[in-house]
Design a protein around this ligand. Structure first.
Ligand code: NI
Length: 256
């Protein structure tokens, strides 16, 4: 039993065979998926997926790379969905991305802060995107009281110090395909440091396919490779890692 806590199955790269991809996830032991919408279009598609499959849930938010296109109406829609739609379990992905400069850091920070406030109002956890912005992400999470709702650091790629700060805020640490990359020795060291009851697994598909599929289109079935890597690191059976990360995800997202 595996929980892919971060997928973009709505992506156009799945248009040709989406139903087969979802069936393949199920056939490979994936029993829960959170699909993540991050702008108007992908939120609509994410809600459609969550309404079609009873084992797919939705996170809705606004991506930092699109922060310059976020307005009051966009945030109102996210808030209304979070309050009224039974399949919406989290706010995100939100956060900061200083690697890309589509939106200025200042604008990204405003939109990030507003989504933390929103998450606190609707009492749902946050899904955090962080790229080359660790210092500001942690500072804003602390300043805005994000520990009141908690959340997950999606596709974590930081060091042990960052992991510790996020754990202190009550956040979960989610690992994806990069944990399996040959040159990811440092990240594997960090993963061993994170308490087992705070680890999640994800694909971020169609991006970041795990080794040995690196560079190919990723899909939810491949979350198994991440679980296998964790099983090696913790010297546990795959089933045990699957069970623990499934329970962690259910706890965070409030699933039965
Ligand atoms: Ni994502």
């Amino acid at each position: 039993m595996l929980f892919d806590t971060h997928a973009h199955l709505n992506d156009a790269r799945f248009d040709e065979d989406r139903a087969q991809v979802i069936q393949r996830a199920k056939d490979n032991g994936v029993s829960l998926i959170v699909n993540v919408g991050y702008n108007h279009e992908t939120i609509t598609e994410t809600i459609q997926l969550a309404e079609t499959y009873d084992w797919i849930y939705a996170a809705v938010g606004w991506h930092p790379n699109e922060a310059h296109r976020c307005d009051d109406q966009a945030l109102s829609r996210i808030e209304e969905l979070a309050q009224t739609h039974p399949k919406v379990v989290a706010i995100g992905e939100t956060g900061l991305d200083y690697y890309r400069d589509y939106a200025s850091p200042e604008v990204q920070q405003i939109v990030f802060r507003r989504q933390i406030e929103l998450a606190k109002r609707v009492k749902k956890p946050l899904v955090i995107h962080n790229r080359e912005a660790s210092h500001d992400v942690v500072a804003i999470l602390q300043e805005e009281g994000a520990e009141q709702v908690g959340g997950v650091m999606h596709c974590f790629s930081g060091d042990e110090a960052l992991a510790r700060q996020c754990l202190e805020l009550g956040f979960y640490i989610s690992f994806g395909g990069p944990l399996t990359f040959k040159n990811a020795g440092k990240l594997r060291e960090v993963a061993r440091f994170v308490p087992l009851d705070r680890i999640l697994i994800e694909t971020d598909c169609p991006y970041l396919a795990p080794h040995p599929l690196r560079g190919k289109r990723n899909e939810s079935a491949y979350v198994r490779y991440v679980a296998e890597e964790l099983a090696r690191l913790y010297q546990l059976e795959l089933d045990e890692i699957g069970r623990i990360t499934l329970e962690n995800g259910k706890r965070l997202f409030g699933l039965p």
